[in-house]
Design a protein around this ligand. Sequence first.
Ligand SMILES: *[C@@H]1O[C@H](CO)[C@@H](O)[C@H](O)[C@H]1NC(C)=O
Ligand SMILES: *[C@@H]1O[C@H](CO)[C@@H](O)[C@H](O)[C@H]1NC(C)=O
Length: 178
Amino acid sequence: MALLCLSPLNRLLANKLSKRREVANVVLDFSVRTATTHTPQFLGLPKGAWSQQGGYETAGEGIVIGFIDTGIDPTHPSFADDISEHSYPVPAHFSGVCEVTREFPSGSCNRKLVGARHFAASAITRGIFNSSQDYASPFDGDGHGTHTASVAAGNHGIPVVVAGHHFGNASGMAPRSQ
Ligand SMILES: *[C@@H]1O[C@H](CO)[C@@H](O)[C@H](O)[C@H]1NC(C)=O
Ligand SMILES: *[C@@H]1O[C@H](CO)[C@@H](O)[C@H](O)[C@H]1NC(C)=O
């Protein structure tokens, strides 16, 4: 199973995908109150979906989540593959690639962040690529993609510290997904 999160600009792509027989469901995103690091409790995951899957230690295992967004910061601890004693398995049947660029050097992918590609060629050809604010690279020039990927798939128990203030520990909703 794969869960794909599209940016809001990708309605056309969402429409096309929804017609394919491999696609089980396409759901339009909706607004909820921001809950920062308390979202898993708000959603009832620790006693609900996580406990049904054997706890946060295994919740999401076997699922590879794909994001189409602004990129990803491979140095973010939410995507480290060595923070728990349980190493991430090599996903079965995974055929994705990990593109290497100057900003996304070899070694950026690991067993948590198993693949990353960029799709800037069309924007470059059309002259709408702004190299002072984005990278022709899987690297995230914006932060949005890193944020959404960590919300869905980020490691469990990652301390969130902003300007010296501790906001608790963050976790992805499916912390063992890849
Ligand atoms: C490119 O991005 C920079 C930084 O955000 C901005 O100042 C500049 O106006 C942009 N250039 C174009 C052509 O949009
Ligand atoms: C947050 O995570 C750190 C380790 O990363 C751990 O030492 C600490 O106990 C955790 N805090 C809470 C409130 O779970």
